[in-house]
Design a protein around this ligand. Structure first.
Ligand SMILES: CC(C)(COP(=O)(O)OP(=O)(O)OC[C@H]1O[C@@H](n2cnc3c(N)ncnc32)[C@H](O)[C@@H]1OP(=O)(O)O)[C@@H](O)C(=O)NCCC(=O)NCCS
Length: 146
């Protein structure tokens, strides 16, 4: 998927993308003061990357501007992060659309209850809460995509 006006495109990650993926992730973690120390979150990301599909949004000058990790068989999105400079221009919607095509099913993910920005974004994209589901962590909500 490409966004001609904004100049980014979405593709599967390669091993040379890992530094860019971690840079985006770390830049976003400052918005999650309630989460565990950064090193724990980065280790969790590395474990996920070693066993899951990962899509990246790439722009020629900026490099990696966003990424999504996907447990394809469960249609479960473990990470979705877009660099602050590239928000509100369809990167997350694009990553989710490509992930849905890969999974061939409606996607699910867990979002922290404190993460009001993300909850608003998912609502705008037509995601709904899956009541009675068991999110990965306490203090999260399980959402289902359209
Ligand atoms: C949440 C996040 C992934 C959204 O990424 P994005 O690329 O800006 O999202 P998009 O541009 O694709 O926007 C999708 C829709 O959500 C809306 N939206 C995005 N951010 C929003 C916000 N902060 N408040 C309200 N609506 C928002 C957009 O307006 C758009 O709606 P539309 O389709 O009606 O126009 C991004 O803000 C982010 O990376 N946040 C930090 C990490 C995070 O919270 N990840 C989610 C973990 S579960």
């Amino acid at each position: 998927m490409s966004h001609r006006a904004a100049g980014w495109h979405i593709r599967l990650r390669t091993t040379s993308d890992h530094a860019g993926i971690e840079a985006v992730f770390k830049s976003c973690l400052v918005e999650f003061p309630w989460r565990r120390p950064e090193t724990d979150e980065v280790l969790r990301l590395r474990r996920t990357l070693s066993g899951c599909d990962c899509l990246v949004a790439h722009e020629a000058q900026a490099g990696i501007i966003g990424f999504l990790t996907l447990e394809r068989e469960k249609a479960y999105v473990a990470h979705l992060f877009v660099h602050d400079d590239w928000r509100l221009c369809g990167v997350a919607s694009g990553l989710l659309a490509v992930a849905r095509d890969l999974a061939r099913a409606s996607l699910q993910l867990d979002v922290d209850e404190q993460n009001q920005k993300a909850l608003k974004a998912y609502k705008a994209m037509g995601w709904t809460e899956k009541v009675g589901a068991n999110p990965a962590r306490g203090g999260q909500r399980r959402l289902s995509g359209p």
